[in-house]
Design a protein around this ligand. Structure first.
Ligand SMILES: *[C@@H]1O[C@H](CO)[C@@H](O)[C@H](O)[C@H]1NC(C)=O
Ligand SMILES: *[C@@H]1O[C@H](CO)[C@@H](O)[C@H](O)[C@H]1NC(C)=O
Ligand SMILES: *[C@@H]1O[C@H](CO)[C@@H](O)[C@H](O)[C@H]1NC(C)=O
Ligand SMILES: *[C@@H]1O[C@H](CO)[C@@H](O)[C@H](O)[C@H]1NC(C)=O
Ligand SMILES: *[C@@H]1O[C@H](CO)[C@@H](O)[C@H](O)[C@H]1NC(C)=O
Ligand SMILES: *[C@@H]1O[C@H](CO)[C@@H](O)[C@H](O)[C@H]1NC(C)=O
Ligand SMILES: *[C@@H]1O[C@H](CO)[C@@H](O)[C@H](O)[C@H]1NC(C)=O
Length: 915
């Protein structure tokens, strides 16, 4: 036995040796072969990939149309909000996230709920309006199995408000092979393998989707579900045949087409539905899903069929040697453009140039390859450098590419052109706007010398630098040198996720979101595409790139010079994409010049005109393209937000006495208040805002703050403040809202407000809906800030309660040392400053003032602590009534936050409960 074993082992070892030898011999042989091949073959690499051909099939399938579909109810859109209610399985469930991602890409409003098993249905109506215009169930069984009470509630809502339901049925290994969908005349057959996906041209929901194509071949997975019914309410949308010949019980032969997505026309129970027999993984389901949303919401959550496409080719002249375009590449570019123009009206490649690199390319390790340095030259060309050695002898390395440059310039009139920086420098590196403009002028000079048309009003900055976060110098220089009106970036508000990218307008320059197409300077060969060439094709054929076109009315793609030399992946990608889109969709692709494109964008999305500034230091990419001379430490650590006439100026001056606290510089227009977040100043950008704060000498001890008293009650302020200063602390001061209103009115009179002078306080607060507009405006400004609770709630939606502090204005007035003690504690500022020693009560003035040398005091200006007659009793009564509800809410809110109730609030609550 043992001998035999040894013998076997011996023989195995021998075999192993032989195998290794054989392997070595083989590798040597193949290396020689390769070396021979590489040095001698004129045609080494595969030719560039050929873009997809025309649509494959025109074979419309014949599905008997459901006779009744035309009676499907049209949706009454006037009674619901355009919001989608999505029932997900959990916050992490994959399908739920995909559903939400599509809604977000379409900029559709939605709300997610964990699908209640037995729990309560969220409130569906608000007075007489429906809160949702579409319901989506990640798992349709959660809907079907709702308890009777909730099911009736939901179904009644859907019928009454004309709201449809989209549901998914994803089979798993436990699913029954055949079952009836509880309560519906619909049978499900699960865990099938399918092939050859057809679209039913009669399905009423088809809008973007074109029905002509068939997705040939097996569909991924063996967990498909098909629907079967003899009820006329069900119209198939997508159909496929089974993969194997085995027949399904209750179903006709396997050759027949079975519905995997069906549309319920509402003939059964008055509710329209779309049911998917799988999830959204297969690309065609995403397309149908988008159509289903549009159909069920009466096209309210829907884009038009117009899609605008702009392809930028960046880095013209800049490319690395060996990767730039040659004459033949430029010819191919011109041909492709001509071909694309037949499919996409006015399609024109948009070329971005940096003149400094004309005829030189980017300086690479071997610079310009001379005659003797053939080796280095091949190196710098990288793996893709497949030049014939015999040619390299006669001409130097970049000649062919220089001729490519010249050819581009010869045909300059056939393209659009936009300027980059002269030497491809990042604008944020220039602090001095004059120097930045000089660089631009060099490029402009180059353009003029070479007759490059430069009237497009569009520019792009290298690496998005200076576009966002805003480098105001760039915007200034762009306007002065080039009269730029449009640019584009991927960085606003952040690079990822791409579906959140948005546009904005700053300093009259329209900034459009730019999309990613997966082609970077280094992706130049088809078979070296990251993840394999399959990935690129997947992205085009229903994947990311296709979805970008589907879900964005306007797409600007950035490609690079190198994507048009080498394997010409740029041409391959866009030709293939356009053809694929035209085979499968009714979308109307077209190209507009940048300025018209930007105007179109803000016509479609007017709400995006106003930017929302973020903190550049909260995103590493943003920080990297932000000027080193700017620092986020120049932003305030806390805000005193008001409201007006509650003692904000006193608090401001007390805070300034603290050695570690620093306020902003004064503004010439609005004095101590910057008023950045609430009005027109916000458009000036954060560079403007930061200029109001000193460069911190010692960041860890400088507690910088600003006070603007109308922040408290201005709608957009909390959102804007939280975007820029998410960690800031917020201080509000509250006094009796009645007294605040009175004091505010007196303040307006003292400042000669003509309307306030014209009317008595009683007239102001009691003005009815038919009073003159000016009076009602004054009334609003007088009374609305006093609804403390609703304003505080707004702050609380953007800031955690722990970052918000409410100062009792009455305490600040009567015992400022105590009030300031709590403020210091809240801020966590050190050292503790003893205000008992620093303040003195001024009998003459009637308030606390700063104690200075020799026992003298320095008080606030004479406008503060102004004397005026007491409020009339009738006004008191009126206002006590007016603010009663709001005060009760405030006490609840403060209790919830664990804040002590201010004395004035206790008193007002007691008084009002007595009356
Ligand atoms: C539909 O199918 C069900 C069950 O197979 C059957 O009971 C019913 O009679 C059919 N209805 C029609 C209209 O064919
Ligand atoms: C193409 O551009 C020309 C010139 O700008 C314009 O007149 C024409 O209407 C455009 N065509 C389409 C289909 O947009
Ligand atoms: C490369 O060729 C061009 C024109 O053929 C010539 O002007 C240039 O000087 C050459 N460069 C080198 C480094 O030989
Ligand atoms: C900007 O640079 C120009 C030219 O170098 C210089 O004359 C000017 O003083 C600089 N401006 C500032 C604000 O530094
Ligand atoms: C800066 O702050 C540190 C404590 O964080 C302190 O020790 C140091 O003295 C401060 N420097 C100046 C110049 O204030
Ligand atoms: C003052 O009030 C009167 C009467 O309501 C009105 O006619 C007049 O226009 C007002 N003047 C101003 C400056 O508001
Ligand atoms: C502040 O100063 C007053 C008067 O000098 C003193 O009575 C009080 O204890 C001090 N408070 C603190 C917290 O140091």
């Amino acid at each position: 036995m043992i001998h035999l074993w040894k013998l076997v082992r011996h023989m195995r070892q021998l075999e192993l040796h032989r195998l290794i030898l054989l392997l070595i011999a083989f590798s040597l042989a193949s290396m020689c072969f390769l070396a021979y091949y590489v040095t001698n073959s004129p045609k080494i690499k595969e030719p560039p990939p050929i873009p997809f051909n025309d649509c494959s099939s025109q074979q419309r399938i014949v599905v008997q149309p459901q006779a009744n579909w035309r009676i499907a109810k049209s949706v009454d859109t006037s009674r619901t909000e355009p919001v989608v209610l999505v029932f997900v399985e959990s916050i992490y469930s994959q399908l739920g996230q995909e559903i939400v991602a599509i809604l977000e890409s379409g900029r559709f409003k939605y709300r997610t709920e964990i699908a209640p098993g037995k729990g309560d249905m969220p409130t569906l109506t608000d007075k007489d309006r429906g809160r949702y215009s579409l319901i989506i169930y990640e798992n349709i069984l959660k809907y079907v199995n709702l308890d009777a009470w909730n099911r009736e509630l939901l179904d009644k809502y859907c019928v009454e408000y004309g709201v449809g339901i989209i549901g998914f049925f994803k089979a798993n290994e436990n699913s029954l092979l055949s079952a009836q969908l509880k309560g519906f005349p619909l049978f499900l057959h699960s865990n099938l393998g399918l092939r050859d996906y057809h679209i039913n041209p009669n399905a009423p929901l088809l809008y973007v989707t074109r029905a002509n194509e068939v997705e040939q071949g097996p569909l991924p997975g063996d967990d498909w579900t098909v629907f079967q019914s003899n009820h006329s309410t069900y119209e198939p949308v997508l159909l496929a045949s089974t993969k194997s010949a085995e027949s399904i019980p209750h179903l006709p032969t396997h050759k027949a087409l079975h519905a995997t997505v069906v549309q319920d026309l509402g003939l059964h129970d008055g509710i329209q539905r779309v049911l998917f027999g799988n999830n959204l993984n297969f690309w065609l389901h995403k397309l149908i899903f988008v159509d289903a949303i549009a159909y069920l919401t009466g096209k309210r959550l829907c884009l038009t069929l117009d899609r605008y496409l702009l392809v930028d080719i960046d880095d013209i002249f800049v490319g690395k040697e060996g990767t730039r375009m040659k004459v033949s590449d430029v010819e191919a570019l011109l041909n492709a453009q001509a071909k694309l123009r037949k499919l996409v009206p006015n399609f024109t490649f948009n070329l971005g140039f940096s003149g400094k690199f004309y005829h030189t390319g980017m300086t690479s390790p071997c610079h310009r390859c001379g005659n003797a340095q053939r080796r280095d030259c091949q190196q710098c060309g990288g793996a893709g450098e497949k030049r014939r050695p015999s040619q390299a002898k006669s001409i130097n390395c970049t000649d062919e590419e220089d001729e490519g440059d010249d050819m581009l310039l010869q045909h300059r009139k056939e393209f659009w052109w936009f300027p980059h920086m002269w030497s491809h420098m990042q604008p944020h590196l220039f602090h001095n706007v004059t120097v930045l403009a000089e660089q631009m002028k060099l490029n402009k000079q180059f353009a003029l010398e070479h007759g490059i048309p430069i009237d497009l009003g569009y520019a792009v900055a290298p690496h998005h630098s200076g576009v966002y976060p805003i480098h105001s110098q760039l915007y200034e220089a762009w306007k002065s040198v080039w009269n730029i009106q449009v640019t584009s970036t991927e960085e606003y508000p952040h690079l990822r996720p791409a579906r959140y990218r948005r546009g904005f307008i700053h300093n009259n320059i329209m900034v459009l979101p730019r999309q990613t197409c997966g082609l970077f300077t280094h992706t130049i060969f088809y078979n070296e595409y990251p993840g394999g060439s399959k990935e690129l094709d997947k992205s085009i054929r229903g994947g990311e790139l296709f979805l970008t076109i589907l879900l964005n009315p306007i797409s600007i793609f950035m490609t690079h010079l190198s994507n048009y030399g080498n394997d010409r992946l740029g041409l391959y990608t866009f030709e293939s994409l356009v053809k694929f889109v035209q085979c499968w969709t009714n979308l109307r692709l077209q190209t507009l010049p940048p300025v018209q494109l930007a105007k179109k964008y803000f016509e479609i999305f007017p709400q995006e005109k106003d930017p929302l500034w973020q903190n550049p230091c909260d995103d590493k990419r943003h920080k990297d393209i932000w000027s080193k001379e700017k620092t986020c430490d120049r932003l305030p650590k806390f805000l005193v937000v008001g409201p007006q006439k509650t003692g904000t100026t006193a608090l401001y001056s007390f805070l300034n006495m603290h050695p570690a606290v620093t306020s902003n510089f004064h503004s010439v227009v609005t004095f101590e208040e910057i008023q950045f977040f609430n009005g027109i100043n916000y458009q000036r950008g954060i560079d403007w805002y930061m200029d109001f704060f000193p460069m911190p000498s010692n960041a860890s001890t400088d507690f910088m703050f600003e006070k603007s008293a109308n922040y408290f009650d201005t709608d957009m302020v909390p959102k804007r403040a939280a975007a820029l200063l998410p960690r800031a602390k917020i201080i509000a001061i509250l006094i009796s809202p009645s007294y605040r209103a009175y004091s505010w009115y007196q303040h307006q009179r003292a400042h000669n407000d003509p309307v306030a002078i014209n009317y008595t306080f009683t007239q102001v607060i009691t003005a009815g809906p038919h009073a003159p507009q000016e009076l009602r405006n004054l009334q609003n400004r007088c009374l609305m800030p006093g609804w403390y609770t609703s304003h505080l709630e707004r702050w609380l939606t953007y800031y955690p309660a722990s970052q918000i502090h409410v100062v009792d204005g009455q305490e600040l007035r009567n015992d400022p040392a105590a009030a300031m003690g709590s403020v210091q504690k809240f801020l966590g500022v050190t050292p503790h400053f003893n205000y008992t020693q620093a303040l003195r009560y001024d009998e003459a003035k009637g308030f606390w003032c700063q104690l200075v040398e020799n026992g003298k005091t320095r008080c606030l200006g004479k406008s503060k602590g102004r004397k005026y007659p007491d409020m009339e009793q009738s006004s008191r009564t009126f206002l006590a009534d007016f603010y009663r509800e709001s005060n009760i809410e405030l006490s609840k809110l403060l209790n919830r936050l664990g804040h002590p109730l201010p004395t004035w609030l206790r008193e007002e609550l007691q008084n009002s409960s007595r009356s």
